[in-house]
Design a protein around this ligand. Sequence first.
Ligand code: UDP
Ligand code: UDP
Length: 470
Amino acid sequence: LSSGEPNDAAGRTRPHVMFVPSAGMGHLLPFFRFIGALSSHDVDISIVTVLPTVSAAEAEHFDGLFKDFPTIRRIDFHLLPLDASAFPGADPFVLRWEALRRSVHLLGPLIAGIIPRVTAIVTDVTMVSHVNPIAKEIDIQCHVLFISCATMMSLLTYFPIYLDKKEAQADIGDVDIPGVRRIARTSLPQPLLDLNKLFTKQFIENGREIAKTDGILINTFDALEPVALAALRDGTVVPGLPPVFAVGHLSSLAGEMKAEAEDTALAWLRQQPAHSVVYVAFGNRSAVSHEQIREIAKGLEASGCRFLWVLKTTVVDRDDVAGVRDVLGDGFLERVHGRGMVTKAWVNQEEVLKHPAVGLFLSHSGWNSVTEAAAAGLPLLAWPRGGDHRVAATVVVSSGLGVWMEHWSWDGEDWLVSGEEIGEIVKEMMADAAVRERAAKVGDEATKAVAVGGTSHKSMLDFVAKLNTI
Ligand code: UDP
Ligand code: UDP
């Protein structure tokens, strides 16, 4: 037991959890959702907040969170300046991760000034190698809230060992994760093939540090990734990992919903027949080339299905100025009038996926999207883009949630996926009752997992119990 001032009427030390999130909606949303879930337990919560955020969507969601949960403390954190010219071409979000990592030493003094005393930190994987040592120095718990799948966590923790075992001169090949699965070289996050990349250096350092933390929270559930979770927990992947709490699916918060009148996408969906709409979205920061966008348009038109398409053409939403019409080319919107809706707005994806009109999700298989489809029991057609998407796509297939077009690639390579092929597979999946049934089963498991007594519900209680060991 470490010392702590009693901070409630009963003279007990209540846990005080300080969240240190990262940047990008794919990282922030699961943090906000987890914080929402944790706030119903008997704990104090603070969030380290860096302003301005990289994207407008992040700023809006921070505002919403603090409005909805007035007892959660906002702790402003000022980053040290980072010379972006030292990282030519780096993604703005990866740059923010690096700026965060380089400023993290300021957290120690910051925490020392906070009352009631902070008893645990929950941080993002992109920062854990810097945050965990600080937590250890001041003798508080440090947990990671992992925003990808358990399979990706197994790759993250095993990758440094894989490198240690590999002959120094040999290239990175397929990575056979003990007890989990072999991840083909082409399915690895591609920066990992280059050990000199900033992303790879962070990935290796973070991967080694995980074992020294106090707990790993993952937005997944046992029935979705039974094999990976078992192998993480029983030491097959890496011996000596801390407890793994599978607490997903993390549901969206009330504040994420737009007012009904503002939500044109949902309003449109309400007018469509059951299982008639393909929902198309590739995450909050996946810009797609104009050529590929036009092939997707052709495919959707050829499929004959109704569709709702969230279109993004830039990495950061504030830069997105091109009109939908300019990108799609002349006549498309007129031709699909009445059966297709294309929007550049932020939609409430979780609501969309749960809507009975939606029959299929064409997705880049970002992990949040996968868990949201799983919770909705909606079939997913995975067209992974980069990062961890192919690893997530292996889970889409193994869980029965959907289909992965392994040979489909994205721009940056010198070929496009043709509209014809897109149209055919969309049509096929929309008509396939077996596909729908398998996904619905995953949905049932998701519901059970978070219900009282379910695996994720129990994991959440175990985590809170761990927080109370102060
Ligand atoms: N999202 C949303 N509305 C949008 C775009 C994205 O609600 O218009 C949400 C989506 O539901 C998911 C997250 O943003 O929760 C995107 O995370 P994901 O892991 O799927 O992909 P990433 O954006 O990180 O590539
Ligand atoms: N990631 C990780 N360790 C790190 C940095 C990133 O495990 O040190 C994970 C991250 O959570 C994500 C994946 O690597 O699951 C790929 O990240 P990407 O570049 O696609 O960015 P993201 O989609 O997370 O914004």
